[in-house]
Design a protein around this ligand. Structure first.
Ligand SMILES: *Cc1c(COP(=O)(O)O)cnc(C)c1O
Length: 295
């Protein structure tokens, strides 16, 4: 079970980084696959390997109505010969993401926000009798997920002073930190939680680390909470896309790159620093914001 990894390191030039004498590079994990995108393939790689090793055929997973993880799982299931069932949080809705999930054969089931809280119970109640059913946690979080993400670091072909990544569950961050620690790089890791009250993220990340490791979290760039945006963020996304030709979205990479740019403008980084931002993909998230952009 392999996807050929195409994820180049690409340097981009936007005004604040040029002004401050900083190099900004992107790790283009968004280019790995249009739907099994970015960190979602990194996380699914060893999860699907575990499923295969245990002779499981039915992937059961969970997400919100715009979940990049649901879509990635639907597409990966179709590609690698699994059936897939997606539990969607909240009332019955339809949108472009769920349409693409169904197009790939994912069976969608909706569950109230209250019922959604206990995913293991949902699995046991509805799939407990299916010996071929395989539980995949929301967002592909967990040890197997982190293992795949640590491979991002193996693909660095130069040394960076700082690496930035958006954090939802913290699994991707943990994997990258494990990769940095294993290679004994001096690179500092920075996570940008995209949810409100991101303090819990420190523990979420720490639980997947192979050894204690110091890392930075920047808590002030959630813009009101998960999948929330403000005009300032949307303007930033629009300007970044127009200045670089690299598509980003407001839920994850937009907030992370906003944080990076804001810190750069406050002279947080020493002149000449090499900064790397992980482009974790998830571009279909843009469709949730189509009518909020100031165009
Ligand atoms: C899911 C997702 C994340 C969050 O990754 P975690 O491992 O859950 O922290 C970041 N960026 C994008 C684009 C995503 O789709």
């Amino acid at each position: 079970m392999e996807l050929p990894i195409y994820s180049p390191l690409e340097r981009v030039y936007t005004d604040v980084f040029v002004e401050k004498g900083l190099e900004l590079w992107l790790k283009r994990d968004d280019m790995i696959h249009p739907l099994i995108s970015g960190n979602k393939w990194r996380k699914l790689k060893y999860i699907l390997k575990s499923a295969t090793d245990q002779h499981k055929k039915h992937l059961v997973t969970f997400g919100g109505a715009y979940s990049n993880h649901l879509l990635a799982t639907a597409a990966a299931a179709a590609k690698f010969g699994f059936q897939s069932i997606g539990w969607v949080r909240g009332e019955v809705v339809d949108n472009q993401t769920l349409f693409l999930c169904r197009l790939h054969g994912m069976q969608l089931r909706f569950i109230s926000r209250a019922g959604y809280k206990d995913k293991k119970s949902i699995f046991i109640e509805h799939h407990g009798n299916d010996a071929e059913a395989f539980f995949i946690d929301e967002g592909g979080s967990g040890i197997d997920g982190a293992r795949g993400c640590s491979e991002i670091v193996d693909e660095f072909d130069q040394e960076f002073d700082h690496v930035f990544c958006a954090c939802g569950t913290g699994t991707t961050a943990a994997g990258i930190i494990n990769g940095i620690a294993a290679k004994k790089l001096s690179t500092e890791f920075h996570g940008v939680p995209v949810l409100k009250n991101g303090e819990f993220m420190r523990q979420e990340i720490a639980q997947y680390l192979h050894q204690p490791y110091a890392f930075h979290l920047h808590m002030d760039y959630h813009f009101g909470g998960y999948a929330k945006a403000q005009p300032e963020l949307l303007q930033f996304v629009q300007k970044f896309v127009q200045q670089t030709g690299v598509l980003i979205e407001p839920v994850y990479t937009g907030k992370m790159l906003y944080a990076l740019s804001d810190l750069a403008s406050q002279n947080y980084f020493a002149r000449g620093s090499k900064l790397l931002a992980i482009h974790t993909g998830g571009l279909f998230g843009l469709f949730g914001f189509q009518h909020q952009f100031p165009m």
